[in-house]
Design a protein around this ligand. Structure first.
Ligand code: HEM
Length: 165
């Protein structure tokens, strides 16, 4: 096995992009778990502020996840055709986009919380809204848990017209 210093730059870049992909996935998942844990009717100012900050981290990590994923397709993976010809890849992208679309509702809700929070007040959150947000977060977590399964199958060529590679 070559020493760390002997590794060619493209290998390190590729490893770095893969690392960003995994790290941003973990950040997204962790942020969703924390939001799920904190959501309740009429949260305290501290909890509401923490949820707003967590959602910003979630949004940035989701962008990093998308960016690193696109880089892996285009430059650091097994060739773009290996992915684009596989329906499992499109299921993965579709699931990511669906989770992203679903997260618009909580995100817009938290943006509205910024108005009372800036006045030093806690946001008013009804029982119904808290329940709705909990369910959305549950579905997002299930989606995020399913995507790596599609990823590992896709990475091994399962779903390609010629069968698993
Ligand atoms: C549209 C967004 C995404 C794109 C374009 C994308 C693309 C990719 C690519 C090209 C690979 C490399 C596969 C290989 O080694 O041949 C990969 C691997 C992986 N991706 Fe993504 N990805 C995206 C989103 C996600 C999300 C949201 C997650 C997690 C929730 C995720 C989890 C993984 C995992 C775990 C692997 C490693 C698979 C393995 O090597 O076994 N990806 N992704």
């Amino acid at each position: 096995m070559p020493g760390f210093a002997a590794l060619p730059t493209p290998v390190l870049t590729s490893a770095g992009v893969a690392y960003v992909h995994y790290l941003s996935f973990m950040l997204c998942f962790g942020a969703l778990v924390l939001e799920r844990r904190l959501i309740r009717p009429n949260p305290s100012k501290q909890d509401a502020t923490l949820m707003v900050i967590t959602d910003v981290i979630y949004g940035l990590a989701a962008l990093a996840l998308l960016g690193s994923g696109i880089l892996r397709v285009l430059h650091f993976g097994q060739g773009s055709a290996f992915y684009t010809e596989n329906p499992l890849f499109w299921w993965k992208v579709g699931l990511y986009l669906s989770v992203g679309a679903l997260s618009l509702y909580p995100t817009i809700t938290y943006i509205l919380w910024a108005i009372p929070l800036r006045k030093g007040e806690a946001p008013q959150v009804s029982e119904g809204l808290a329940k709705r947000l909990s369910w959305i977060l549950n579905i997002e977590l299930a989606g995020f848990a399913a995507i790596p399964l599609l990823a590992t199958l896709m990475a091994r060529g399962v779903g390609l017209p010629g069968g698993a590679g």
